[in-house]
Design a protein around this ligand. Structure first.
Ligand code: 5GP
Ligand code: MN
Length: 334
């Protein structure tokens, strides 16, 4: 295993190495990303898959696509789950710390012993892939996939540019977050020039089912302010979903609703699964959501992070409150 450091100019060199490894491979390429895939996960996978297929390669993404992202792939383009590993497969893991098998979805990793190529932008990535391109300064994995597509020599088409732009659009909060760098805007401009359908994807992303509004009412009524208003939390459980006629996959966007609360530095949405609790954390930048997530056994970025705590809500909430207090003390806010 090669530990890699993706600081320039190693970045271009590693991108070229990954491209060469993919181009040299004759067998099927299996593309996977993280559980609860978001726009960057699906956009990165589909971008790479379409590029490889345009070059005559056998490449397939295995992913459980949530309802709100089903407009992205063509029918049959993404497979739900890999049943058994094909002979001579090569695994590519995108937008996820590949060291954490609980985070990678779409296939049974314990049944695979081959090489792993990892392209990712998480600061918590432990860099254990055979060949990895990990750069936490990149706003989205899709931005790195864009560079990989160039290194592969695939021709840009609207079908290729659109998912790549979706990934960048998602992870920058539609070009609003502080990671919206000049590099991001230039890349987005290039992708739009190549036919990426930005207005279309934003329209598709903004459409909500009636159950969204029913669940929104539930989420808002669970909202609480902690630490004198510096922290906002909300919770979703099975009973709330049942009342709203919604599913767990519909819950992703609510943390972005509560994070707008004025005066808060940290937002946390708890998904209360009963025996297990998932935390989605968002920060405005003064506190590190990543530090709070890591203290709860998870990971992510400074601005957006998460953790899955194997404990009921009350315990997970107490853990989060302790971790949050420590982080607020560290930055001098309490
Ligand atoms: P979200 O809150 O949207 O699920 O995740 C926000 C960020 O935190 C993403 O970058 C995601 O990769 C990371 N993240 C979310 N949940 C977990 C988790 O359980 N473990 C780790 N290591 N990272 C997580
Ligand atoms: Mn991402």
């Amino acid at each position: 295993m090669t530990a890699v450091n993706s600081s320039e100019p190693r970045y271009a060199e590693l991108t070229a190495q990954i491209a060469r490894r993919l181009l040299d491979h004759d067998g099927p390429v299996v593309i996977l990303s993280h559980v609860e895939p978001d726009g960057d996960a699906i956009g990165s996978c589909l971008g790479l898959q379409r590029a490889l297929r345009s070059l005559g390669k056998d490449a397939t993404t295995y992913m459980d696509v949530p309802r709100y992202l089903r407009f992205v792939p063509e029918p049959g383009e993404i497979e739900p789950r890999l049943a058994s590993w094909p002979e001579n497969a090569l695994l590519v893991v995108l937008d996820v710390d590949n060291n954490d098998v609980r985070r990678v979805d779409g296939a049974d990793l314990s049944a695979y012993a081959g090489d792993v190529l990892n392209v990712d932008h998480h600061g918590t990535n432990r860099r254990v892939a055979t060949l990895g391109l990990v750069d936490p300064t990149k706003a989205a994995t899709a931005l790195m996939v864009m560079h990989l597509v160039d290194a592969l020599g695939a021709a840009w088409t609207p079908e290729l540019a659109t998912p790549v732009l979706l990934g960048i659009n998602t992870d920058t909060g539609s070009f609003r977050f502080s990671n919206t760098s000049p590099e991001v805007l230039r890349a987005a401009a290039d992708l739009v020039e190549r036919g990426a359908r930005l207005a279309w994807m934003n329209e598709m992303l903004s459409q909500q089912q009636p159950s969204y509004y029913a669940l929104l009412r539930e989420v808002l009524s669970s909202m609480e302010f902690l630490e004198g208003g510096l922290v906002v939390v909300a919770r979703v459980d099975e009973a709330m979903l049942a009342r709203a006629g919604a599913a767990w996959e519909d819950v992703e966007s609510y943390v972005n609703v509560i994070r707008g609360a004025e005066g808060t530095e940290l937002a946390c949405l708890f998904k209360d699964f009963g025996d297990r609790t998932k935390l989605s954390l968002r920060s405005r930048g003064r506190v590190s959501a990543q530090n709070v997530a890591v203290a709860c056994g998870g990971g992510g970025h400074v601005a957006a992070a998460g953790a899955t705590v194997t404990a009921p809500y009350a315990e997970a909430r107490a853990l989060m409150e302790r971790a949050t207090r420590a982080e607020l003390e560290r930055v001098g806010l309490v």
